[in-house]
Design a binder for this molecule. Sequence first.
Ligand code: SF4
Length: 333
Amino acid sequence: MKHEAKYGVAIEGGRIECRLCPKLCKLRDGQLGFCKTRLNEGGRLVTTIYAEVTGCSMDPIEKKPLYHFFPGQPILSLGTKGCNFGCIFCQNWQTAHRVDAPSERLLPEAAVELALRQGSFGIAYTYTEPLIWFEYVLDTAVLAHERGLKNVLVTNGFICEEPLAELMPHIDAANIDVKSFDPAFYRRYCKAELEPVLRTVERVRPHWHVELTHLIVPYKEEAAILDDVRRMRDWIADELGPDTPLHFSRYFPHYKLELPPTDEGLLARAREIALERLEYVYLGNVYADDGAHTRCPRCGALLVERSGYRAVVRGLEGGACASCCRRVNVVGA
Ligand code: SF4
């Protein structure tokens, strides 16, 4: 469904510059942007995916993954198509890179009603990149807040400052993908830039509940990968705070990248390094109890027990460890 898009600015030669994300596409009449969802139509910028939903289901919040935000609760999850990244290892390429993927119309009012009917505590904008769904996410999030629901983004964090400021008050939590701490990786494997992602994370961290996901792709020597992990760990500890949850995820071959899956030993070593300065470090796409549960950073008591996407809150009382009373960064438990 076409809908007027925000952040289109007329520039020379009858073109429009889209200032939603740092790609800053300059579009001639009839031209689509890199994300294939924003179009210069006769001199005005339109989005072609407003209310176009390709995925809609009640998912455990752990699947996003968010482990410290309403643990154990399902959330209505919505996704669309298109992406402003070009990751050659994309796990959702059938919708992210196929704008002709089948979709159904779900207007913001209907999405909010559906969430309420399903007994969801909120709406997660997920599966593909929600920031290019900007107008729909904004309209739906405003309505959702009015009805007492939470709004959650699962995102690559690639957005310009002005639209981010507009979205800021309407989002409660986000899982943001920091795909690598190596700028060359972003350019070579994602057709994107690292710096704007880090700026987004730093800006939203004081306002939203934020967790980070880092997919470890074995694209270079293990020692060099672990050096990147150390630099990312230090940036998180210094700029965001050691209580920021970090999820390492195991890579499997997808789409156009055919490297072997990440060695589980490498994931475990990355977690050990991260735990030197961070309080909550998890492993995803791998079976590991140690990397699944939430424990008190002070006394080690089990706070949230997980098995797959199932989570049971065990040792939390009023946002603190029930054993030693240390405050922990868990919301809604
Ligand atoms: S949102 Fe899409 S059209 Fe706009 S700048 Fe980013 S990639 Fe280009």
